[in-house]
Write a protein that binds this ligand. Structure first.
Ligand code: DQA
Length: 148
């Protein structure tokens, strides 16, 4: 079965208790299950990971470039700061779908800029946990077109 990496950045391990008024009460474990179910519908297997460390996310993107057909990435706060994630996505030859639980454009102005969006295949934000299965559907559609 073709593999998709689902990578989650800093503080997403705290979902469920972290600012539930913004991020909802769904835990990352729940999101993993929802994402896996969506992936199975498309005949895709997922490798679901979370790290609070920027370099680890860079290493995982590079690993995905060798092992996976695509990536769903919630870079969390690194969205707004990380040139390293931008460069890593550019370096790997597979589509990356950016996902955010919250609508980053409806929040503080400094969240409106993403270093990831210019190199992502596309972005889904503002739909809470449902954004993850939506991102899997989007990635599956992108894979069907064969375009990065
Ligand atoms: C987030 C949005 C980011 O601005 C924030 O730093 C996060 C989560 C989201 O999923 O809505 O940690 O990526």
């Amino acid at each position: 079965m073709a593999k998709v990496f689902v990578l989650n950045g800093p503080n997403l391990n705290l979902l469920g208790t972290r600012e539930p008024e913004i991020y909802g009460s769904t835990t990352l474990k729940d999101i993993e299950q929802m994402t896996r179910a969506a992936a199975h519908k498309h005949g895709l297997e997922i490798d679901f990971r979370q790290s609070n460390v920027e370099g680890e996310l860079v290493n995982w993107l590079q690993e995905a470039g060798k092992q996976a057909v695509g990536v769903v990435l919630n870079p969390a706060a690194y969205t707004h700061t990380s040139v390293a994630l931008h460069d890593a996505i550019k370096a790997i030859g597979i589509p990356v779908v950016e996902v955010h639980l919250s609508n980053i454009f409806a929040r503080e102005p400094w969240r409106h800029h993403s270093h990831v969006s210019p190199v992502a295949r596309g972005m889904i934000c503002g739909f809470g946990a449902d954004g993850y299965p939506l991102a899997i559907d989007a990635l599956a559609a992108a894979l069907r077109t064969g375009k990065k």
